[in-house]
Design a protein around this ligand. Structure first.
Ligand code: HEC
Length: 461
């Protein structure tokens, strides 16, 4: 797959590294206590960075880390930017506040002493040290360092793969475009409803900003494949098409047109497995507000009543470039409040889904309180136009205040895969598909390639 292979130039330094190591005597030995790559920095990179920063690293929703950090030559070249990324908190990328340590899957917090060590390594001249030192460390195994399976999918061997009929052409003048596109299901490949255990979106390139599909979650930078806990699933009704909402975002201009061939892969539960929790999702959007021009701290709030006992699986805040911070709080029936998620420095470029290690019980009668903060001042370096009064809207220069949740009722359904599917579950799954399709501005791939140019979703500049 093209998007996951690295250009040759990225591989070269490995060869160079081999060479310099062979020459021997590293300068670190002469420097006494100064930290070296092999003895000091590498284990920290391994623990905190290499899951993404590895040769042919994982595609995190359309982007890959630009360099491997288990490679001395590369780490040295990038040293000044590494220090900068660490002290600004840009890397490792993670939005949830420290208070949430231990709560969410795949969390990425770097310990202070580790951060200080890397900074000292950079300040000390990014010394190499002795490659033999690396061997004496047991390198922390990190989930992400496993190799991409031969199938080309992180979820393993998918039971169903769908893709666009033909590549979608994203024209020169497109900056933001959000077509809804159907991926045809190969004949005979999906003739009856199936329970999705995991799903993966493979965007055709970094210009794909996000992809929304209730079966697959949301594909955006920062999110990998989507797997449900054992016994949790989503029903994918039999259907000739899988419908996805694409969001293309790029700098417009001559020669910037791209073709996108996004794919999706699914792994289904096997017959005999038991689905106790049918996953539901809710976007919990709030609109109807206007952010005044220049306002550095505009706050929007919303509430949502929980009317049956649920397990909350995950939360996915969504704003655009003016998004500054976001909070989910729960108010329990007895009036006590608890912060579920606090994202103090929201970053549009990384849209994480915060997934509980253990689904969180929220009793009926609770209320969710959501708050979003926006910075529409010129101090916000991402702000496309501080003079604009901004409202809720689909393009990235509009704003959004969404608080997606994935959850399921606590009451166990005991649905045996391969057996009869309860009518309410099937009806809900079909309705959901239907709704998405009817609301959508469908891109007809059977027509002439230029037809979509007249669609509303195009916002050229
Ligand atoms: C979740 C995956 C992930 C992890 C973990 C991660 N990075 Fe990154 N990193 C990326 C991606 C993707 C990019 C490219 C993002 C971009 O273009 O802004 C990047 C970019 C960078 C850059 C370039 C920034 C720039 O200014 O251009 C540096 C330096 C960096 N990472 C260092 C680190 C260090 C050091 C760690 C560990 C402490 C780390 N990263 C952990 C994914 C990751």
């Amino acid at each position: 797959m093209k998007s996951r292979t690295q250009p040759l130039s990225m591989r070269l330094p490995t060869l160079l590294l081999g060479l310099s190591a062979a020459i021997g005597l590293s300068s670190a030995q002469a420097q006494g206590a100064a930290p070296t790559f092999y003895a000091d920095a590498l284990p920290v990179f391994q623990k905190n960075c290499v899951a993404c920063h590895q040769p042919d690293g994982p595609d995190v929703g359309g982007i890959s880390a630009p360099m491997p950090l288990n490679d001395y030559a590369q780490a040295k070249i990038w040293a000044p930017l590494i220090k900068n990324a660490l002290i600004t908190g840009y890397m490792p990328p993670w939005g949830a506040h420290e208070r949430h340590r231990g709560e969410f899957k795949d969390e990425r917090y770097i310990d202070d002493d580790e951060l200080n060590l890397l900074v000292a390594w950079v300040d000390g001249g990014a010394l190499e040290g002795n490659p033999a030192d690396a061997a004496s460390h047991t390198l922390a195994a990190s989930d992400g360092t496993t190799e991409l399976p031969n199938s080309g999918w992180w979820i393993g061997d998918p039971d169903l793969v769908v893709q666009f009929d033909r590549p979608v052409h994203v024209e020169d003048d497109v900056m933001d475009w959000q077509p809804t596109i159907q991926m045809p299901v190969p004949p005979g490949a999906h003739d009856e409803p199936k329970w999705v255990a995991s799903a993966e979106l493979d965007p055709g390139g970094p210009w794909v900003h996000h992809i929304v599909s209730s079966h697959m979650g949301v594909g955006v930078p920062g999110r990998g494949p989507f797997s449900y806990p054992e016994g949790w699933g989503v029903l994918l009704p039999e259907d000739p098409f899988i419908t996805v909402n694409m969001h293309y975002h790029k700098n417009p201009g001559e020669g910037t047109a791209v073709n996108d061939l996004t794919r999706a892969g699914f792994v289904f539960y096997k017959d005999g497995a038991v689905i106790d929790h049918v996953v539901e999702t809710n976007l919990l959007p709030n609109s109807g507000w206007t952010i005044p021009p220049g306002d550095p701290n505009y706050k929007v709030t919303n509430t949502h009543d929980i009317d049956e006992d649920i397990f909350l699986l995950s939360m996915g805040p969504h704003m655009h470039y003016r998004g500054k911070a976001m909070r989910y709080e729960v108010e329990y029936p007895d009036g006590e409040r608890e912060v579920l998620l606090w994202v103090p420095k929201y970053d549009f470029n990384w849209q994480f889904l915060y997934e509980y290690k253990e689904p969180k019980f929220i009793p009926a009668g609770s209320t969710l309180h959501m708050s979003w903060w926006f910075d529409n001042s010129k101090e916000n370096r991402w702000n496309p136009d501080p003079m604009a009064a901004v409202e809720y809207g689909p393009t990235t220069t509009d704003e959004m205040a969404n608080a997606r949740i994935y959850f399921a009722p606590t009451k166990k359904r005991g649905i045996v895969v391969g057996g009869e599917i309860p009518g309410d579950v099937l009806a809900a799954a079909r309705d959901d598909d239907e709704r998405r399709r009817s609301r959508a501005n469908l891109l007809d791939q059977s027509k002439d390639d230029l037809n979509w140019l007249t669609e509303d979703g195009v916002n050229g500049r």
